[in-house]
Design a binder for this molecule. Structure first.
Ligand code: SF4
Length: 320
């Protein structure tokens, strides 16, 4: 089995929500990401997947739990050690427009990280900007342009070049295609796959688009209201989901073949996602679950390994 690049144990990130209330955005999440793989992290908006990615990257301090990078605990890194980790672990943002400074040229945006993390001369940085633009499929004249002159797809390519500029090992791709036209989405995902192979990158790919997650991910984790409810290989999750929430999400993916689309049985989730400030007792999914029993209201289902590498948090997964 390959080595883990990232491992989180019982990770929690809570935010104060007024009147002595707490928003548990990430609640006791444990997972590992192996070197060179893509772990897809899926769930509805507000389920905590972005907060989880940002906490792993140390953009937020965790409330509790541990984060390991290459086997070393990084939960409380500071100063130079934190800077070194931030060079190795980068992020590609959801909205490529708002994440690029409109006053800076593309060349300045891409080379900003090199200024912080390396001693390259201006000439060396310019050369590297040209190389990075080529790697993301753009010509060197883009270096003198500004973000507002570019299309959404081109801006996301710049976001990717900026992340690659400091030669990271690990990248959190936070909904990197959701703001893009459908026609451009596959191009960006294929670019990420190509760059991963060329640079032996490890990705945490956060998305609510299950089709894209299936296309890019080796393994997939499903989050609901701040908790991980299922984790397995992409094949396991998409061919035989065990958790009722995962089953409902997968049933909503349109079939490519119109004949199978006609026969597709869609599991309709009842009700809205509950507030993470005041989640239901026991299983947080129980108010929307068609298999819920009394036990589900009383006890929180633990995420248990039901076969090697396959985890699920449901009291009744064997009967479903
Ligand atoms: Fe449904 Fe109960 Fe399983 Fe939760 S624990 S997913 S409510 S069956």
């Amino acid at each position: 089995m390959s080595e883990n690049l990232i491992e989180v144990k019982n990770l929690c990130k809570y935010f104060p929500a007024g009147k002595n209330r707490t928003l548990k955005a990430v609640d006791n999440v444990s997972l590992a990401i192996r070197k060179g793989e893509t772990l897809g992290l899926v769930g509805e908006s507000g389920c905590g997947k972005t907060t989880c990615g940002r906490t792993i990257l140390k953009l937020y301090n965790q409330t509790a739990g541990q984060i390991f990078y290459n086997g070393e605990e990084i939960s409380h890194l500071k100063g130079k050690d934190l800077l070194k980790f931030k060079k190795n672990a980068q992020m590609i943002f959801q909205d490529p427009y708002s994440s690029l400074d409109p006053r800076m040229t593309i060349g300045e945006i891409i080379s900003e990280g090199m200024t912080v993390h390396s001693n390259l001369s201006a000439e060396e940085k310019n050369k590297r900007v040209t190389e990075l633009l080529a790697r993301v499929g753009l010509t060197d004249d883009y270096a003198n342009r500004f973000a507002h002159e570019l299309s959404g797809g081109q801006r996301q390519r710049i976001g990717i070049a900026r992340a690659l500029a400091v030669e990271p090992e690990f990248i959190v791709c936070d909904e990197p295609i959701s703001a893009l036209d459908v026609s451009i989405q596959a191009q960006i995902v294929n670019l990420l796959i190509k760059l991963q192979k060329e640079n032996n990158l490890t990705y945490l790919f956060i998305s609510h688009d299950l089709s894209m997650v299936k296309h890019i991910s080796d393994r997939v984790g499903i989050m609901y209201l701040g908790s991980l409810v299922e984790l397995g290989t992409s094949d396991q999750i998409f061919s035989h989901a065990l958790h009722p929430y995962t089953q409902a999400l997968i049933s909503a993916i349109p079939a490519a073949d119109p004949r199978s689309e006609k026969d597709r049985e869609r599991i309709k989730l009842e009700g809205e996602v509950p507030s993470p400030i005041n989640p239901p007792s026991g299983c947080k999914f129980r108010e929307r679950c068609r298999y819920a029993t009394e036990e589900c209201a009383k006890a929180v289902p633990e995420l248990v390994e039901v076969e090697p590498g396959r985890f699920v948090a449901c009291h009744h997964w064997e009967e479903i």
